[in-house]
Design a protein around this ligand. Structure first.
Ligand code: DAH
Length: 339
């Protein structure tokens, strides 16, 4: 019995010494000292020994147990220490190695200019309104003074859906939705995607972006329109921009205008971009037609307003000298990541 105990002890000590992980060490402890362990098994057989033997072996077994526990404890500490001693090897990194570059994406050039415009208008006290891309005939045409069979509808052919709705041809529909919800005085813009049934070419696309703007209140006149436009252009182009208004027809404004800006390439002297006129067409606008206000139960004796529709694609094209509107929706990463 004594020999057996000694052999077991030697065997356990060797295993403890050669173990090189805490998991392994724990397993050794369980195998020898655990409830079903080898040393415990020996202690359990003591009952069949003579009283003298029992006393001697019992003592020896307990000492062995304590010794082994002590050794395991020490080894545990040694293993902990080794982890820190080896840190310099195991946690070594080469800070000069080239990194795996994370490719950071960027907002689409149209989105970027949209955010810029939103900031400019917010600073002037305008709110941002949203409207659906799938519209009904009433909001896209009728409430904008374009009744059924009106020839103005021909300028805005679009995609009609089986449910009788259509993909909105302009953001002007949001003017109506805004006036339905909010009583004047009100001022807001609405950026968004619009659609036309177009034969596409360098300056026509079936999907493009506009920002609609409107202001309705007491004594709103063309002067207010011109002022807001001037602030806008100064912020966008970072310089004073000369503007002029020409008459333009849109059923939902009266008077309606085309707003031109002084050509920024030649400063109005005349060049190929402005077709030697010194002016570039920027956006249509006007004073909101009384019929449009009346349809929203706005008292036209008391209130008037202006509206404008800014083409975002065109604005980005002017800013960066982009010559084909089809680039915006083509999804060519080489084009998109330039901005
Ligand atoms: N909705 C018109 C279009 O897409 C543009 C427009 C013209 C908007 C005059 C306006 C406006 O707000 O006053 O062709």
């Amino acid at each position: 019995m004594k020999d057996k105990l000694n052999t077991l002890k030697q065997e356990a000590i060797e295993k403890i010494n050669s173990s090189n992980s805490k998991d392994e060490l724990n397993l050794i402890r369980i195998n020898y000292l655990g409830k079903k362990g080898d040393l415990t098994a020996i202690l359990k057989t003591l009952g069949s020994c003579t009283p003298e033997e029992r006393a001697e072996i019992g003592k020896l077994a307990n000492i062995t147990k304590q010794e082994l526990e002590g050794l395991i404890e020490e080894k545990n500490k040694a293993l902990d220490k080794a982890v820190f001693d080896n840190l310099k090897e195991t946690e070594w990194i080469d800070i000069t190695a080239p990194s795996n570059k994370v490719k950071v994406g960027n907002a689409h050039s149209i989105t970027q200019i949209q955010y810029e415009l939103e900031d400019i208008f917010k600073s002037m006290g305008f709110s941002i309104f949203e409207g659906p891309e799938m519209e009904d005939d009433y909001h896209n045409f009728e409430a904008l003074n374009i009744p059924k069979d009106h020839p103005a509808r021909d300028m805005q052919d679009t995609f009609w859906l089986d449910n009788g709705n259509l993909l909105r041809t302009h953001t002007s529909s949001v003017q109506v939705r805004t006036m339905e919800k909010i009583k004047p005085p009100l001022q807001g813009i609405s950026p968004g995607r619009v659609f036309r049934y177009e034969a596409t070419d360098a300056s026509h696309e079936n999907t493009f972006y506009q920002v609609e703007g409107l202001m309705v209140g007491k004594d709103i006149s063309v002067a207010n329109l011109i002022y807001v436009m001037k602030v806008l252009l100064k912020e966008i182009f970072k310089r004073d921009v000369k503007i002029r208004l020409r008459p333009g027809f849109f059923p939902f404004v009266e008077p309606g205008f085309e707003l031109d800006i002084n050509c920024l390439i030649c400063n109005g002297k005349g060049c190929s971009v402005c077709k030697h006129s010194g002016w570039v067409e920027l956006l249509p606008c006007g004073l909101i037609h009384p019929n449009v206000l009346k349809m929203q139960s706005i008292d036209t004796e008391k209130y008037s307003g202006f509206a404008f529709g800014l083409g975002l694609n065109r604005l980005v094209m002017m800013r960066y000298g982009i010559d084909d509107i089809r680039h915006f929706m083509a999804g060519d990463i080489r084009f998109l990541e330039q901005f």
